[in-house]
Design a protein around this ligand. Sequence first.
Ligand SMILES: [Zn+2]
Length: 167
Amino acid sequence: MAEITATKPANLSNYDIAQYAERIARHHDVYDANGYADLQSLLSSLGGSITYADSAESLVVNGPGDFVVRLPHFTSNARDRFTIAHELGHYFLHYRLPKVEGPRRYGRGQRNRAETEANVFASTLLMPAKEFKKVWSRSDGDEWKVARHFEVSPLAATVRAEVLGLA
Ligand SMILES: [Zn+2]
């Protein structure tokens, strides 16, 4: 098993990370007409898979196009979706972009810029800006309705609305 080392941040602005995440998502055609992201199909087209383990969330990259997202048992679908999107953020921002080679493991529990970057990536991937704005206004800013639409937590929906200047 590869060692967990402190993840180097990509040092991109949140805006650039958001652009990058949406570009990847649209390139892989992950959204339906209402902006709901199909993470399973994205994972399989990238060579990623999911495994359930009795440990905290993490990402194990064996090499480009070959990685495993480890999810804990008994977590909600919304939480799992955010975790998968977050780990995809590490995969793109902290493995593919800096052209890391060989196996690498990304763990949880650190509060640093790299973790924030992965969260910005995840939030954008799960709630694309254009569709999010539409759904938010159609739902009169009801974060529970919006959360159900994108299958995220109400808190994640609220944070996204704040970032987009809607709340
Ligand atoms: Zn992380």
